[in-house]
Design a protein around this ligand. Structure first.
Ligand SMILES: *Cc1c(COP(=O)(O)O)cnc(C)c1O
Length: 393
Protein backbone atom coordinates (compact mmCIF):
# COMPACT_ATOMS: atom_id res chain seq x y z
CA UNK A 1 0.00 0.00 0.00
CA UNK A 2 1.01 3.58 -0.53
CA UNK A 3 0.02 6.08 2.12
CA UNK A 4 -0.99 9.10 0.08
CA UNK A 5 -4.48 10.29 -0.45
CA UNK A 6 -5.23 10.93 -4.09
CA UNK A 7 -7.81 13.54 -3.08
CA UNK A 8 -5.10 15.57 -1.28
CA UNK A 9 -2.72 15.33 -4.23
CA UNK A 10 -5.42 16.54 -6.63
CA UNK A 11 -5.99 19.79 -4.76
CA UNK A 12 -2.64 20.62 -3.18
CA UNK A 13 -1.84 24.19 -4.21
CA UNK A 14 -0.13 26.60 -1.84
CA UNK A 15 -0.17 29.28 -4.55
CA UNK A 16 -3.91 29.76 -5.16
CA UNK A 17 -4.73 33.34 -6.21
CA UNK A 18 -7.62 35.59 -5.17
CA UNK A 19 -9.38 34.95 -8.50
CA UNK A 20 -10.95 31.64 -7.41
CA UNK A 21 -9.52 29.76 -10.42
CA UNK A 22 -10.40 26.07 -10.45
CA UNK A 23 -7.45 24.91 -12.53
CA UNK A 24 -4.33 26.17 -10.83
CA UNK A 25 -2.73 29.42 -11.99
CA UNK A 26 0.71 29.44 -13.56
CA UNK A 27 3.11 32.09 -12.27
CA UNK A 28 5.46 32.70 -15.19
CA UNK A 29 7.57 35.35 -13.55
CA UNK A 30 11.25 35.39 -12.75
CA UNK A 31 10.85 37.76 -9.80
CA UNK A 32 8.29 39.25 -7.41
CA UNK A 33 7.66 42.92 -6.61
CA UNK A 34 8.08 44.51 -3.21
CA UNK A 35 5.85 47.24 -1.78
CA UNK A 36 8.87 49.32 -0.90
CA UNK A 37 12.60 49.14 -0.26
CA UNK A 38 12.11 48.18 3.36
CA UNK A 39 10.01 45.15 2.41
CA UNK A 40 12.66 44.03 -0.09
CA UNK A 41 15.30 44.21 2.61
CA UNK A 42 13.03 42.37 5.06
CA UNK A 43 12.21 39.52 2.65
CA UNK A 44 15.84 39.07 1.66
CA UNK A 45 16.78 38.97 5.31
CA UNK A 46 14.64 36.02 6.30
CA UNK A 47 14.40 32.51 4.99
CA UNK A 48 10.74 31.84 4.52
CA UNK A 49 7.95 31.22 2.12
CA UNK A 50 8.03 34.77 0.76
CA UNK A 51 8.46 34.84 -2.96
CA UNK A 52 11.50 36.77 -4.15
CA UNK A 53 13.07 35.25 -7.23
CA UNK A 54 12.13 32.08 -9.14
CA UNK A 55 15.56 30.47 -8.96
CA UNK A 56 14.59 29.49 -5.42
CA UNK A 57 10.94 30.38 -4.84
CA UNK A 58 7.86 30.46 -7.05
CA UNK A 59 4.22 29.58 -6.23
CA UNK A 60 3.86 27.19 -9.19
CA UNK A 61 7.05 25.39 -8.23
CA UNK A 62 5.80 25.29 -4.63
CA UNK A 63 2.68 23.48 -5.87
CA UNK A 64 4.84 20.95 -7.72
CA UNK A 65 6.95 20.43 -4.58
CA UNK A 66 3.92 19.91 -2.37
CA UNK A 67 2.43 17.39 -4.79
CA UNK A 68 5.73 15.45 -5.12
CA UNK A 69 6.02 15.33 -1.31
CA UNK A 70 2.45 13.96 -1.09
CA UNK A 71 3.21 11.40 -3.79
CA UNK A 72 6.17 10.07 -1.80
CA UNK A 73 4.55 10.36 1.64
CA UNK A 74 7.29 12.84 2.56
CA UNK A 75 7.55 16.06 4.55
CA UNK A 76 9.04 18.06 1.70
CA UNK A 77 10.34 18.11 -1.87
CA UNK A 78 12.55 20.41 -3.91
CA UNK A 79 12.28 20.82 -7.67
CA UNK A 80 15.15 20.63 -10.15
CA UNK A 81 15.41 21.17 -13.90
CA UNK A 82 15.81 17.45 -14.66
CA UNK A 83 16.34 14.10 -13.01
CA UNK A 84 20.10 14.39 -13.50
CA UNK A 85 20.09 17.83 -11.88
CA UNK A 86 18.43 16.22 -8.84
CA UNK A 87 21.10 13.50 -8.60
CA UNK A 88 23.94 15.99 -9.16
CA UNK A 89 22.58 18.28 -6.44
CA UNK A 90 22.28 15.42 -3.95
CA UNK A 91 25.88 14.35 -4.52
CA UNK A 92 27.34 17.87 -4.53
CA UNK A 93 25.38 19.01 -1.47
CA UNK A 94 25.96 15.93 0.66
CA UNK A 95 29.52 14.78 -0.15
CA UNK A 96 32.87 16.31 0.62
CA UNK A 97 36.41 15.54 -0.49
CA UNK A 98 37.56 12.16 0.82
CA UNK A 99 34.02 10.71 1.00
CA UNK A 100 32.97 7.52 -0.74
CA UNK A 101 29.75 6.87 -2.64
CA UNK A 102 28.42 3.33 -2.99
CA UNK A 103 26.22 2.86 -6.03
CA UNK A 104 24.46 -0.19 -7.39
CA UNK A 105 25.99 -1.40 -10.66
CA UNK A 106 22.60 -1.45 -12.33
CA UNK A 107 21.76 2.27 -12.54
CA UNK A 108 20.92 4.83 -15.22
CA UNK A 109 23.81 5.41 -17.63
CA UNK A 110 24.12 9.16 -16.99
CA UNK A 111 24.31 8.48 -13.23
CA UNK A 112 27.37 6.31 -13.85
CA UNK A 113 28.88 8.97 -16.12
CA UNK A 114 28.32 11.60 -13.43
CA UNK A 115 29.76 9.51 -10.61
CA UNK A 116 32.67 7.93 -12.50
CA UNK A 117 33.50 10.74 -14.88
CA UNK A 118 33.10 13.89 -12.86
CA UNK A 119 33.46 13.26 -9.13
CA UNK A 120 37.00 11.89 -8.93
CA UNK A 121 38.42 15.39 -9.48
CA UNK A 122 36.69 16.48 -6.28
CA UNK A 123 38.26 13.48 -4.50
CA UNK A 124 34.93 11.71 -4.10
CA UNK A 125 35.40 8.00 -4.78
CA UNK A 126 32.63 5.86 -6.20
CA UNK A 127 32.39 2.10 -5.79
CA UNK A 128 29.83 -0.03 -7.58
CA UNK A 129 28.16 -2.89 -5.78
CA UNK A 130 26.78 -5.64 -7.95
CA UNK A 131 23.30 -6.88 -7.28
CA UNK A 132 21.08 -6.99 -4.27
CA UNK A 133 23.57 -8.88 -2.10
CA UNK A 134 23.22 -7.24 1.30
CA UNK A 135 26.46 -8.90 2.52
CA UNK A 136 28.41 -7.12 -0.24
CA UNK A 137 26.78 -3.79 0.58
CA UNK A 138 27.52 -4.27 4.27
CA UNK A 139 31.14 -5.18 3.59
CA UNK A 140 31.66 -2.14 1.35
CA UNK A 141 29.88 0.21 3.75
CA UNK A 142 31.74 -0.99 6.84
CA UNK A 143 35.20 -0.79 5.25
CA UNK A 144 36.14 2.16 7.45
CA UNK A 145 39.78 2.20 6.32
CA UNK A 146 38.63 3.25 2.86
CA UNK A 147 36.92 6.45 4.10
CA UNK A 148 33.45 7.50 5.14
CA UNK A 149 30.54 6.40 2.99
CA UNK A 150 28.41 9.51 2.54
CA UNK A 151 25.79 8.08 0.19
CA UNK A 152 24.41 4.76 -0.98
CA UNK A 153 22.62 5.22 -4.31
CA UNK A 154 20.27 2.63 -5.81
CA UNK A 155 17.54 2.31 -8.39
CA UNK A 156 14.78 -0.25 -7.92
CA UNK A 157 13.71 -1.82 -10.15
CA UNK A 158 16.72 -1.09 -12.30
CA UNK A 159 16.86 -0.13 -15.94
CA UNK A 160 16.63 -2.28 -18.02
CA UNK A 161 17.17 -5.57 -16.16
CA UNK A 162 14.56 -4.94 -13.42
CA UNK A 163 16.84 -5.87 -10.57
CA UNK A 164 15.05 -5.28 -7.27
CA UNK A 165 16.89 -3.87 -4.26
CA UNK A 166 15.86 -4.68 -0.70
CA UNK A 167 15.16 -1.15 0.52
CA UNK A 168 14.65 -1.99 4.21
CA UNK A 169 17.85 -4.08 4.27
CA UNK A 170 19.88 -1.33 2.59
CA UNK A 171 18.37 1.34 4.87
CA UNK A 172 19.59 -0.59 7.89
CA UNK A 173 23.13 -0.83 6.49
CA UNK A 174 23.07 2.88 5.66
CA UNK A 175 21.98 3.72 9.18
CA UNK A 176 24.64 1.51 10.79
CA UNK A 177 27.41 2.99 8.67
CA UNK A 178 26.27 6.62 8.94
CA UNK A 179 25.48 6.89 5.24
CA UNK A 180 22.32 8.24 3.61
CA UNK A 181 20.29 5.94 1.35
CA UNK A 182 19.23 7.66 -1.90
CA UNK A 183 16.69 5.90 -4.13
CA UNK A 184 16.06 6.80 -7.77
CA UNK A 185 12.35 5.98 -7.96
CA UNK A 186 11.79 6.62 -11.68
CA UNK A 187 10.49 3.19 -12.59
CA UNK A 188 7.80 3.11 -9.92
CA UNK A 189 6.66 6.71 -9.51
CA UNK A 190 3.21 6.55 -7.96
CA UNK A 191 3.36 2.96 -6.73
CA UNK A 192 6.49 2.78 -4.55
CA UNK A 193 7.42 5.01 -1.62
CA UNK A 194 11.05 4.28 -0.66
CA UNK A 195 10.96 6.56 2.41
CA UNK A 196 8.53 4.12 4.06
CA UNK A 197 11.21 1.44 3.87
CA UNK A 198 13.82 3.68 5.49
CA UNK A 199 15.40 5.51 2.56
CA UNK A 200 16.60 9.03 3.40
CA UNK A 201 16.05 10.67 0.02
CA UNK A 202 14.15 9.89 -3.16
CA UNK A 203 15.13 11.39 -6.50
CA UNK A 204 12.89 11.52 -9.54
CA UNK A 205 13.14 12.27 -13.17
CA UNK A 206 9.75 13.99 -13.40
CA UNK A 207 10.31 13.76 -17.15
CA UNK A 208 9.09 10.14 -17.00
CA UNK A 209 5.85 9.04 -15.29
CA UNK A 210 5.18 12.31 -13.43
CA UNK A 211 4.84 14.22 -16.74
CA UNK A 212 3.66 11.07 -18.45
CA UNK A 213 3.17 12.66 -21.86
CA UNK A 214 6.75 13.26 -22.93
CA UNK A 215 6.51 17.06 -22.94
CA UNK A 216 8.91 18.60 -20.45
CA UNK A 217 12.00 17.83 -18.37
CA UNK A 218 11.84 18.01 -14.61
CA UNK A 219 13.32 16.56 -11.45
CA UNK A 220 12.59 16.31 -7.76
CA UNK A 221 14.40 15.56 -4.50
CA UNK A 222 12.12 14.27 -1.76
CA UNK A 223 12.79 13.69 1.94
CA UNK A 224 12.63 15.14 5.42
CA UNK A 225 12.19 18.87 5.82
CA UNK A 226 15.34 19.11 7.90
CA UNK A 227 17.63 17.36 5.41
CA UNK A 228 16.19 19.23 2.45
CA UNK A 229 16.15 22.69 4.00
CA UNK A 230 19.51 22.45 5.77
CA UNK A 231 21.55 20.72 3.05
CA UNK A 232 19.82 20.73 -0.33
CA UNK A 233 18.00 24.08 -0.42
CA UNK A 234 21.12 26.25 0.14
CA UNK A 235 22.96 24.33 -2.59
CA UNK A 236 20.08 24.60 -5.08
CA UNK A 237 19.55 28.29 -4.29
CA UNK A 238 23.21 29.08 -4.90
CA UNK A 239 23.87 26.80 -7.88
CA UNK A 240 20.59 27.32 -9.77
CA UNK A 241 19.37 24.09 -11.46
CA UNK A 242 15.83 25.47 -11.09
CA UNK A 243 12.72 23.97 -12.65
CA UNK A 244 10.91 26.37 -14.98
CA UNK A 245 7.52 27.37 -13.47
CA UNK A 246 5.97 26.42 -16.81
CA UNK A 247 7.33 22.88 -16.50
CA UNK A 248 6.29 22.80 -12.84
CA UNK A 249 2.72 23.61 -13.87
CA UNK A 250 2.65 21.00 -16.66
CA UNK A 251 3.92 18.25 -14.37
CA UNK A 252 1.73 19.32 -11.43
CA UNK A 253 -1.35 18.90 -13.63
CA UNK A 254 -0.09 15.47 -14.74
CA UNK A 255 0.44 14.41 -11.13
CA UNK A 256 -3.35 14.67 -10.67
CA UNK A 257 -3.73 11.54 -12.79
CA UNK A 258 -0.52 9.67 -11.91
CA UNK A 259 -2.11 7.30 -9.35
CA UNK A 260 -4.60 6.15 -11.98
CA UNK A 261 -2.09 6.09 -14.80
CA UNK A 262 0.45 3.94 -12.97
CA UNK A 263 -2.30 1.41 -12.20
CA UNK A 264 -3.26 1.27 -15.87
CA UNK A 265 0.37 1.09 -17.08
CA UNK A 266 1.05 -1.71 -14.58
CA UNK A 267 -2.08 -3.76 -15.37
CA UNK A 268 -1.52 -3.62 -19.14
CA UNK A 269 2.19 -4.37 -18.72
CA UNK A 270 1.44 -7.44 -16.60
CA UNK A 271 -1.13 -8.72 -19.09
CA UNK A 272 1.33 -8.32 -21.98
CA UNK A 273 4.25 -9.74 -19.98
CA UNK A 274 2.22 -12.88 -19.19
CA UNK A 275 1.35 -13.28 -22.86
CA UNK A 276 4.96 -12.65 -23.95
CA UNK A 277 6.15 -15.44 -21.62
CA UNK A 278 4.20 -17.88 -23.78
CA UNK A 279 5.60 -16.74 -27.13
CA UNK A 280 8.19 -19.11 -28.63
CA UNK A 281 10.19 -16.22 -30.15
CA UNK A 282 10.69 -14.70 -26.67
CA UNK A 283 13.19 -16.54 -24.50
CA UNK A 284 12.79 -14.53 -21.29
CA UNK A 285 10.58 -11.81 -19.85
CA UNK A 286 11.24 -9.55 -16.86
CA UNK A 287 8.44 -7.72 -15.05
CA UNK A 288 8.32 -7.63 -11.27
CA UNK A 289 4.61 -8.61 -11.12
CA UNK A 290 5.39 -11.90 -12.90
CA UNK A 291 5.77 -14.75 -10.39
CA UNK A 292 8.82 -15.82 -12.46
CA UNK A 293 10.71 -12.66 -11.44
CA UNK A 294 13.40 -13.74 -8.94
CA UNK A 295 12.44 -10.98 -6.46
CA UNK A 296 8.69 -11.04 -7.15
CA UNK A 297 7.57 -11.20 -3.50
CA UNK A 298 9.87 -8.42 -2.28
CA UNK A 299 9.04 -6.28 -5.32
CA UNK A 300 5.30 -6.59 -4.75
CA UNK A 301 5.74 -5.50 -1.12
CA UNK A 302 7.74 -2.46 -2.16
CA UNK A 303 5.66 -1.56 -5.23
CA UNK A 304 2.12 -1.70 -3.80
CA UNK A 305 1.52 -4.89 -5.78
CA UNK A 306 1.72 -3.08 -9.12
CA UNK A 307 5.16 -3.26 -10.72
CA UNK A 308 5.05 -0.33 -13.15
CA UNK A 309 4.81 -0.23 -16.94
CA UNK A 310 8.20 -1.44 -18.13
CA UNK A 311 8.81 -4.88 -19.59
CA UNK A 312 12.21 -6.22 -20.53
CA UNK A 313 12.34 -9.20 -22.88
CA UNK A 314 14.89 -11.30 -24.70
CA UNK A 315 14.34 -12.39 -28.29
CA UNK A 316 15.75 -15.51 -29.85
CA UNK A 317 17.83 -14.47 -32.83
CA UNK A 318 19.99 -11.82 -31.18
CA UNK A 319 20.40 -8.22 -32.26
CA UNK A 320 19.11 -8.80 -35.76
CA UNK A 321 15.82 -10.24 -34.48
CA UNK A 322 15.55 -7.50 -31.85
CA UNK A 323 15.99 -4.68 -34.38
CA UNK A 324 13.66 -6.33 -36.91
CA UNK A 325 10.99 -6.64 -34.20
CA UNK A 326 11.40 -2.99 -33.18
CA UNK A 327 11.21 -1.74 -36.77
CA UNK A 328 8.04 -3.76 -37.41
CA UNK A 329 6.13 -2.36 -34.41
CA UNK A 330 3.53 0.28 -35.29
CA UNK A 331 2.13 1.31 -31.92
CA UNK A 332 5.52 1.69 -30.20
CA UNK A 333 7.80 4.68 -30.79
CA UNK A 334 11.56 4.20 -30.89
CA UNK A 335 12.57 7.06 -28.62
CA UNK A 336 14.73 7.82 -25.59
CA UNK A 337 12.06 8.14 -22.93
CA UNK A 338 9.63 6.03 -20.93
CA UNK A 339 6.53 6.46 -18.81
CA UNK A 340 4.64 8.12 -21.66
CA UNK A 341 0.97 7.57 -22.55
CA UNK A 342 2.33 6.34 -25.89
CA UNK A 343 4.12 3.00 -25.83
CA UNK A 344 7.86 3.05 -26.47
CA UNK A 345 10.40 0.42 -27.46
CA UNK A 346 14.15 0.65 -26.89
CA UNK A 347 17.26 -1.41 -27.54
CA UNK A 348 19.38 -0.64 -24.46
CA UNK A 349 22.61 -2.38 -25.59
CA UNK A 350 23.02 -0.08 -28.61
CA UNK A 351 21.59 3.12 -27.11
CA UNK A 352 21.24 3.95 -23.39
CA UNK A 353 23.84 1.37 -22.36
CA UNK A 354 26.11 1.52 -25.43
CA UNK A 355 28.89 3.21 -23.44
CA UNK A 356 29.29 0.09 -21.31
CA UNK A 357 31.80 -2.45 -22.58
CA UNK A 358 30.53 -5.89 -23.54
CA UNK A 359 31.93 -7.21 -20.25
CA UNK A 360 30.16 -4.50 -18.26
CA UNK A 361 26.92 -5.23 -20.09
CA UNK A 362 27.33 -8.93 -19.32
CA UNK A 363 27.89 -8.11 -15.66
CA UNK A 364 24.39 -6.60 -15.42
CA UNK A 365 22.86 -9.36 -17.56
CA UNK A 366 22.39 -7.20 -20.65
CA UNK A 367 23.04 -8.31 -24.22
CA UNK A 368 21.92 -7.23 -27.66
CA UNK A 369 18.99 -9.63 -27.85
CA UNK A 370 17.24 -7.60 -25.14
CA UNK A 371 14.45 -5.11 -25.83
CA UNK A 372 12.72 -2.81 -23.35
CA UNK A 373 9.05 -1.95 -23.71
CA UNK A 374 7.45 1.01 -21.95
CA UNK A 375 3.78 0.13 -21.97
CA UNK A 376 1.61 3.19 -22.55
CA UNK A 377 -2.10 3.78 -22.04
CA UNK A 378 -3.33 2.13 -25.24
CA UNK A 379 -5.68 -0.87 -25.02
CA UNK A 380 -3.84 -4.06 -24.12
CA UNK A 381 -5.45 -5.93 -27.05
CA UNK A 382 -4.13 -3.36 -29.54
CA UNK A 383 -0.60 -3.53 -28.15
CA UNK A 384 -0.69 -7.32 -28.05
CA UNK A 385 -1.88 -7.51 -31.68
CA UNK A 386 0.90 -5.14 -32.70
CA UNK A 387 3.56 -7.19 -30.90
CA UNK A 388 2.16 -10.37 -32.43
CA UNK A 389 2.43 -9.03 -36.00
CA UNK A 390 5.93 -7.67 -35.31
CA UNK A 391 7.15 -11.02 -33.96
CA UNK A 392 5.73 -12.77 -37.05
CA UNK A 393 7.42 -10.25 -39.34
C1 LIG B 1 15.66 9.43 -17.15
C2 LIG B 1 16.27 8.98 -15.90
C3 LIG B 1 17.11 9.83 -15.15
C4 LIG B 1 17.49 11.20 -15.63
O1 LIG B 1 16.42 12.06 -15.72
P1 LIG B 1 16.41 13.33 -16.73
O2 LIG B 1 15.12 13.99 -16.40
O3 LIG B 1 16.49 12.79 -18.11
O4 LIG B 1 17.60 14.14 -16.38
C5 LIG B 1 17.62 9.36 -13.97
N1 LIG B 1 17.35 8.11 -13.53
C6 LIG B 1 16.56 7.26 -14.23
C7 LIG B 1 16.28 5.91 -13.70
C8 LIG B 1 16.00 7.67 -15.43
O5 LIG B 1 15.24 6.83 -16.12
Amino acid sequence: MTNWKHSDLLRANPGASEHREHSEAMYLTSSFKFENAAQAAEYFGRQGADYIYSRFSNPTTAMFNQRMALLEGAEAALATASGMAAITAVVMALCQAGDRVLCSRNVFGATIQLLSGHLAKFDIQVEYVNGNRLDRWRQAAMNSKAGKVALMIVETPSNPMQEVMDLAGLAQIAQESGALLVVDNCFCAGCQQPLRFGADLVVHSATKYPDGQGRVLGGSIVGSKQLLMEKLYPFLRASGPALSPFNAWVISKSLETLPLRIKAHSATALQIAQWLEQQPAITKVWHTALPSHPAHTLAMQQQAGLGGGLITCCLSGGKEAAWRFMDALRLFSITANFGDAKSIVAHPASTTHSRLTAAEQAEIGLDDSIVRLSIGLEAAEDLQADIEQALAN
